[in-house]
Design a binder for this molecule. Structure first.
Ligand code: ATP
Length: 202
């Protein structure tokens, strides 16, 4: 079973492509959901995050308030690096555990992990391939505007990630999400057919 990453710039179409892959029968792990589970009370990352950020990030029920945490790290790159150092290795380990299980219990040609910061975190080095989703920067801006972001907020978020061209340099597969959804679907179907034949490039 090929272990593949799925990444791309913010609002490029990652979630849309992941949903299409799932419809076609491929499993796609979501790094965000894995990270959320890792900071639940009782999980090892919970204590570490709490030690670093203090009780102000807790809700009354003692759960970590992710919106508060996100706000703190968005304004402070040292704190973001601290949080990433706690979460990234654990997310990667959890993903590989799930991949191992799928690999043992099935005959899937491939499975994916979707993560916005996959290349930034260096995960791609431990995977069999990387699918990079992309669209034009003006489309990213427009899609973020549709979600209610101001132009400045949208630009900040785009600037907080590696440029798309940089991510594309690491791609073994690419999906162009700059045209219609139907066009995207055709590309995903072509990729699915290719994976079923296990002919992904490495
Ligand atoms: P985030 O970085 O916030 O997780 P994302 O990369 O997962 O975002 P999506 O949540 O898939 O991106 O959002 C992309 C938006 O662009 C969706 O609303 C989708 O319908 C729209 N869209 C328009 N045209 C296309 C296309 N050709 N392919 C994919 N998405 C498209």
């Amino acid at each position: 079973m090929l272990r593949l990453g799925l990444t791309g710039g913010i609002a490029s179409g990652k979630t849309t492509v992941a949903a299409m892959l799932r419809e076609l029968g491929f499993d796609v792990l979501d790094a965000d959901s894995l990270a959320h589970k890792l900071i639940e009370p009782g999980q090892p990352a919970y204590d570490e995050v709490l030690r670093g950020f203090g009780p102000a990030i807790l809700d009354p029920d003692k759960r970590i308030n992710r919106a508060k945490l996100a706000k703190i790290v968005f304004d402070d790159s040292a704190k973001l690096a601290y949080l990433n150092a706690i979460l990234h290795p654990r997310v990667e380990a959890a993903a590989h555990k799930q991949f191992d299980e799928w690999s043992r219990n099935g005959n899937r040609p491939a499975a994916f992990i979707e993560a916005a910061l996959l290349v930034e975190a260096g995960y791609h080095k431990n995977l069999d391939g990387l699918l990079v989703i992309w669209c034009r920067p003006d489309q990213q801006l427009e899609r973020l505007r549709t979600r209610g972001f101001s132009d400045e907020q949208a630009r900040q978020r785009i600037a907080a990630q590696l440029p798309t061209e940089e991510k594309l340099r690491h791609a073994t597969e690419k999906i162009d999400c700059s045209a219609s959804l139907e066009d995207t679907r055709k590309q995903v179907e072509a990729l699915a057919a290719k994976l079923r034949q296990k002919t992904v490039k490495s």
